[in-house]
Design a protein around this ligand. Structure first.
Ligand code: TMP
Length: 206
């Protein structure tokens, strides 16, 4: 049985998710809540090893379907080993990327379409976020924030790929208005935080 609250953050690379997650953690902990912050791909020892494999520049030959399956495999491990147990203990779980990343990046970006949702429904076994903050920022702007030499295999993809990913996110936002909260991430960091925390407060009241 699930008791905690599961929140995910999504958005283009360089949209400031990590910074905002730290603000959310502080806010929730200050109110006496137990908070678990985690990320995808990763969050478990197996997941971190898969992350290394997926994102390495040496994995250039990786087939898109292999990529989608590896993200889903890392997610299945993460859900069973970390996310579901934490929720069952009543914790707040904040996850940097989750299922929507696969739909946006592999479904739209790699053009794998609906198969990605099917693979992932199987991987998460009903463990879906209660709320998702989508940090909306022009992908070109986001990418400019990441130094060329620090870019991983996905971040190195051409601009058209990142445009498709962003379009995917916008489609998801339209499809799941109850769950996905769009946030204008082109503003000052403090304004973005204020916006997110206001939404979070409303979520806690529910
Ligand atoms: P990060 O840099 O935000 O940690 O994410 C790693 C990269 O992996 C990022 O470029 C987005 C990508 N990604 C996918 O393509 N599909 C997924 O399912 C996830 C979780 C991330």
């Amino acid at each position: 049985m699930k008791h905690g609250l599961f929140i995910t953050l999504e958005g283009p690379d360089g949209s400031g998710k990590t910074t905002q997650i730290e603000k959310m953690r502080e806010y929730l902990q200050d109110q006496g809540n137990q908070v678990l912050v985690t990320r995808e791909p990763g969050g478990t020892s197996i997941g971190e090893r898969l992350r290394e494999l997926i994102l390495s520049r040496e994995s250039e030959e990786m087939d898109p379907l292999t990529e989608a399956l590896l993200y889903a495999a890392a997610r299945a491990q993460h859900v069973e080993q970390v996310i579901r147990p934490a929720l069952e203990r009543g914790k707040f779980v904040i996850c940097d990327r989750f299922i929507d990343s696969s739909i946006a990046y592999q479904g739209y970006g790699r053009r794998l379409g609906d198969s990605v949702s099917i693979i992932n429904a199987y991987a998460v076994k009903g463990c879906m976020p209660d709320a998702t903050f989508l940090l909306k920022l022009d992908p070109a702007m986001g990418r400019n924030r990441i130094e060329q030499k620090q870019r991983d295999r996905i971040e190195l993809e051409h601009a058209d790929f990142h445009e498709l990913v962003f379009h995917g996110y916008e489609e998801l936002e339209l499809q799941y208005p109850q769950r996905i909260i769009g946030i204008d991430a082109s503003r000052e960091i403090s304004e973005v935080t204020e916006d997110i925390l206001q939404h979070l407060e409303r979520l806690l009241e529910r």
